[in-house]
Design a binder for this molecule. Structure first.
Ligand SMILES: [Zn+2]
Length: 126
């Protein structure tokens, strides 16, 4: 199940980006998902819920936005939107393309919520 691995990687990235906000917790994370990654969105959501447990992003909502594949024709250099099973260039009809976008997960935004004083004291051990 590679969603679990991806969710873990994403969480690491999120925690790293919020490391300079110690008084906040993550309440939502938005990502762009390329279709080349072949992620099952439901599985990704489940994976996310299991990896965030006990972390700063515990209870956070994962928003996944599917983005189209962007391909560039190697023949005429035209950039176009491709489908996962259709890479034909609309300009010259060649199917020799380079995938520019669509095989990655991009962290778009993180929504933080300030931890209330009471909650913070509860979490402190000294
Ligand atoms: Zn072309």
């Amino acid at each position: 199940m590679h969603e679990l691995y991806l969710a873990q990687e994403l969480l690491n990235q999120v925690l790293q980006s919020v490391s300079d906000h110690p008084d906040a917790k993550v309440c939502a994370v938005e990502i762009e998902v390329g279709p080349m990654k072949q992620i099952v969105l439901e599985a990704m959501e489940l994976a996310w819920r299991s990896v965030v447990e006990g972390s700063l992003a515990d209870q956070s909502v994962l928003h996944q936005v599917e983005v189209p594949i962007t391909a560039q024709c190697r023949n005429c250099t035209r950039t176009f939107e491709a489908a996962i099973d259709s890479y034909q260039c609309p300009e010259c009809r060649q199917a020799d393309v380079q995938i520019m976008k669509g095989h990655e997960i991009i962290l778009k935004s993180i929504t933080l919520e300030e931890i209330k004083a009471g909650e913070r004291e509860q979490g402190a051990s000294h």
